[in-house]
Write a protein that binds this ligand. Structure first.
Ligand code: 8OZ
Length: 370
């Protein structure tokens, strides 16, 4: 073992002591109960993964309007808060820490999910290419309702209420989902934001919605318990921007003043580049953002240790590896074999592919040098 920082170096995240730098990425699993209420199966799943330095719970809609997929959990009803309390209690009992990811999908919704079958909302009336996943199967995306300037404060208020509810549900913090083509990302990028008011045009204007949300949720939480996730290179959900380096370089810099818990970056993937995305290197954002950085997307034990040793990030989030390996930190520590994730059970269903991945056991374990 050399002295460089690695996945097992503890990390002080604001006032939270993380025992390791292995973060469980937010993962949509579509296994909430009726009324989008988390239940005991979800508590078991998260508690199994409590050895992560930090768990970021799955994307969770802040209002019925913010939902875009079947069976995703919400954080707007009393029942949902009580359901999430089962989860946070179970994780805390196992010694873990858990943030909730606050989500509004914007134009990625469908009238089937909307109160009174209304149109989904977005910064501009631009339909994404592709299909929504509704309860009746895939249906073409619709052209969303472009939010009036006067309607924007109601949405910011939904985030504030979500933050209040997350606190009541016993979370240790919240992550604002500003990535992957959902509502906030739709405001940030000029492919989806054609507004002519103070929320559109220049990047200073396009970032305004995110900054107002941060102001709102930090009136509820200490700033060091609030993180933000961005996907600067992402093309998922038909996203594009004319100048991603400028858009996201500016956004990262604009976050500096808040003293947030972290900035969480979805790194560029081969698929993004294939679909015409511009790679915005995490290294580039590291120079813009002065606080804690989480790197994610496609990391392995080796790549994770390397990005920490090079100081390109402070923490590393793992997604599919955590789906298949509830005890991922222990397996990494032992350099033990990993269970393989089964994509057929990623979304929806019950215990299968959710809480039944085995923990590592071996009669003789060799601790290997990292
Ligand atoms: C996969 C399927 C549905 C939603 C994201 C919340 O991409 C998601 C998501 C991922 O951030």
């Amino acid at each position: 073992m050399n002295n460089s920082i690695n996945l097992f170096s503890p990390y002080q995240l604001g006032d939270l002591e993380l025992p390791n730098r292995i973060v469980m990425a937010p993962l949509t699993r579509q296994r909430a109960g009726k009324g989008n209420v988390p239940h005991s199966l979800n508590a078991t799943y998260y508690a199994q993964r409590a050895s992560a330095g930090l768990i970021i719970a799955e994307a969770t809609q802040i209002s019925p309007q913010g939902q875009g997929y079947p069976n995703t959990p919400g954080i707007y009803s009393a029942e949902q808060v009580a359901g999430w309390k089962l989860v946070t209690d179970a994780v805390h009992q196992q010694g873990g820490r858990i943030f909730l990811q606050l989500w509004h999908v914007g134009r990625i919704s469908h009238p089937d999910f909307q109160p009174d079958g209304a149109l989904p909302v977005a910064p501009s009336a631009i339909a994404p290419k592709g299909e929504a996943f509704t309860y009746d199967g895939p249906k073409p995306f619709v052209t969303p309702h472009a939010l009036e300037t006067s309607e924007i404060p109601e949405i910011v208020e939904q985030y504030r209420q979500g933050a209040i509810n997350a606190l009541a549900a016993g979370f240790d913090g919240i992550e604002i989902h500003a990535a992957n083509g959902y509502l906030i990302d739709q405001f940030l990028r000029d492919g989806t934001n054609h507004r002519t008011d103070e929320y559109g045009g220049s990047i200073e204007n396009r970032v305004r919605f995110l900054l107002e949300i941060i102001e709102a949720v930090t009136s509820v939480w200490d700033t060091n318990r609030v993180g933000v996730r961005l996907s600067p290179s992402g093309t998922f959900n038909d996203m594009r921007d004319s100048n991603p380096l400028e858009t996201f370089g500016y956004t990262a810099q604009a976050l500096n003043k808040f003293d947030l818990a972290y900035l969480h970056i979805v790194d560029s993937t081969d698929a993004d580049i294939k679909y015409g995305g511009t790679a915005v290197p995490t290294k580039y954002l590291r120079e813009k953002y002065t606080g804690t950085l989480i790197a994610s997307a496609g990391y392995t034990r080796e790549k994770g240790n390397a990005v920490l040793a090079n100081k390109e990030a402070d923490l590393v989030a793992f997604g599919t590896l955590f789906i298949a390996n509830p005890d991922l930190p222990r397996r990494f520590a032992l350099n033990a074999p990993l269970n393989q994730p089964n994509p057929e059970t990623f979304y929806g269903g019950g215990e299968k592919g959710y809480t039944d991945y085995p923990f590592w056991s071996a009669t003789s374990e060799q601790v290997v040098s990292l």
